[in-house]
Design a protein around this ligand. Structure first.
Ligand code: NAG
Ligand code: NAG
Ligand code: NAG
Length: 490
């Protein structure tokens, strides 16, 4: 709880960076002045220099005036601010332990009251704990919500005031948010942390988005705020919060202040608020072509793997995450042409095999295994396209869940194994092989840490010829699509 950087160090760092900035400004302005003089007073120059010649003008610095490239953003540049409450802490801390890496990450859990720490089971597995500042002076008038929203909204300012060094991004999340840190870094690397950015995702509920805002980053899905924006926000947030006592939550308060600053939401499809009930299967089996950054509402939805508890289910994702985080839950679609089956792989999570040839545009839609946040709402209440679960009984997919993952250094390939989830399949009278005879699917894939350095594109998959000796096993390869390779049956 006492990791304030030493004041002297801070002073020094502030002073040096100011000095550097000052020199840089002087350099720029000096060349600008001398350049202007020459432009305005051609007699100082040769005849030809009456018009600006940027390339050859002697008073313009020849070298590129932009500062040298900074090192790429990594996880050490992020400061996490996790909103938690003492009441739910004994249970919720287990979600944080799943993704927190104390040796590499920086940040704090912000609580309303002190909690008992368990030195044995928590030792070194959790971020340092902090108690949020007093907010009794702030007005809160929303009848449905809770005053704690103000405390949580201020985590960003309180984190900023700690004056930690080399911070590029503040990332906010809840105690029931699980981050895939490598993918969070991949997303943040795309943006210039020296500018104002407010990054996150919307709700899966259209009604939620109408009620709150489509312009709002949902707190549970995670919100990334660049350092300079956090700095601008910190200066005005307490005043701003007082202007919106009627808002419900912490994230709509944050958005109200962003609107005052004038910074729009940069939407990233891998931040998942998961405002749904039921099973996330449909969403995770047809994830958007974007890195998976976060999962939320893990107490609300069913465990992501069947027949296990929530924490163990999430732990099962850790191995594929370690082997190939960029590819986690990335979908690829292909066909077993000889048997007229459609195969959909969500790498590291699940495989589905269904009878018949379904097009890619159908397969890329999440099936509605989940229920809307407003339970009475129907499929029209999602802000994205979905597909019904119960299509033709014959097209009901057989589902295989991740069971093992290994990496072979010699071939530079991962092999993930998925085993069939036994369910009662509906009667089907199609004269076509039944995919439920396949008990296990093996997927070979090279790890591709640079997947997201390229423009987004789904990987391709290919079904191997069946091995007579291993009738119940299907082998698939996933990787970059070859030239001209598309999802088609010709
Ligand atoms: C992260 O970047 C900094 C440079 O800003 C570098 O010193 C550090 O070694 C990097 N850390 C990792 C884990 O790559
Ligand atoms: C493994 O393959 C991937 C994709 O082809 C490549 O980016 C990576 O560098 C390879 N790694 C090794 C250790 O050869
Ligand atoms: C499909 O059948 C053809 C002809 O028998 C065979 O050459 C091919 O390998 C088979 N493909 C698969 C994926 O089973």
């Amino acid at each position: 709880m006492k990791d304030n950087p030493k004041d002297s160090e801070n002073l020094y760092s502030t002073w040096t960076s100011t000095k550097v900035k000052l020199c840089f400004l002087l350099l720029i302005s000096f060349s600008y002045i001398s350049y202007s003089l020459k432009y305005l007073h051609p007699y100082l120059c040769t005849q030809q220099s009456q018009l600006p010649h940027f390339q050859s003008h002697p008073s313009i610095p020849q070298s590129d005036p932009t500062p040298t490239q900074e090192p790429k953003t990594n996880v050490s540049h992020i400061v996490f601010g996790i909103a938690a409450s003492a009441k739910l802490w004994p249970h919720r801390k287990n979600y944080i332990k799943l993704w927190w890496r104390p040796d590499r990450m920086r940040g704090h859990v912000w609580l309303d009251q002190p909690v008992k720490t368990d030195p044995e089971s928590d030792h070194n597995l959790l971020p340092p704990l902090k108690i949020s500042g007093d907010t009794t002076g702030f007005k809160y008038t929303n009848k449905k919500g809770h005053h704690l929203a103000i405390r949580i909204s201020r985590i960003i300012s309180e984190s900023f005031r700690l004056e930690m060094k080399n911070v590029r991004w503040f990332v906010l999340g809840d105690d029931d948010t699980v981050f895939v840190a490598e993918n969070l870094v991949r997303v943040l690397q795309k943006y210039d942390h020296n500018q104002f950015y407010y990054i996150g995702g919307s709700s899966e509920s259209h009604l939620q988005n109408l009620k709150f805002s489509y312009n709002m980053a949902y707190g549970g899905g995670g919100i990334a705020i660049s350092y300079p924006l956090a700095k601008a926000l910190e200066k005005m947030q307490d005043r701003c919060i007082q202007r919106y006592p009627g808002l419900y939550g912490s994230d709509d308060r944050l958005q109200a202040c962003m609107a005052e600053i004038g910074v729009p939401l940069t939407r990233e499809k891998g931040f998942h608020q998961f405002d749904v009930y039921g099973s996330l299967f449909g969403l995770l089996a047809a994830h958007p072509v974007a890195p998976l950054v976060s999962l939320h509402h893990l107490d609300v939805v069913e465990p992501i793997f069947p027949n296990t508890d929530r924490i163990h289910a999430l732990q099962r994702l850790e191995l594929p995450m370690k082997l190939d985080s960029a590819g986690l839950a990335q979908q690829s679609i292909c066909y077993d042409i000889n048997r007229s089956w459609t195969v959909s792989v969500s790498w590291g999570y699940a495989v589905q095999i269904s009878r018949g040839i379904s097009s890619a545009r159908e397969m890329e839609l999440p099936t509605r295994t989940f229920v809307n946040w407003y339970k009475k709402a129907d499929h029209a209440a999602y802000p994205f396209n979905t597909a019904p679960v119960n299509r033709d009984a014959c097209q009901e997919p057989v589902v295989y869940y991740l069971s093992k993952a290994i990496y072979n250094r010699r071939t530079n390939q991962t092999t993930t194994e998925y085993v069939q989830h036994q369910t009662k399949m509906p009667e089907c009278n199609w004269k076509m092989a039944n995919p439920s005879r396949i008990h296990k699917v093996l997927v070979h894939k090279s790890p591709d840490p640079h997947l997201w350095d390229k423009s987004p594109r789904r990987n391709c998959c290919r079904v191997f010829r069946p091995n007579r000796k291993k009738k119940g096993t299907m082998v698939i390869e996933v990787g970059l699509c070859d030239e001209d390779e598309v999802v088609e049956v010709s």
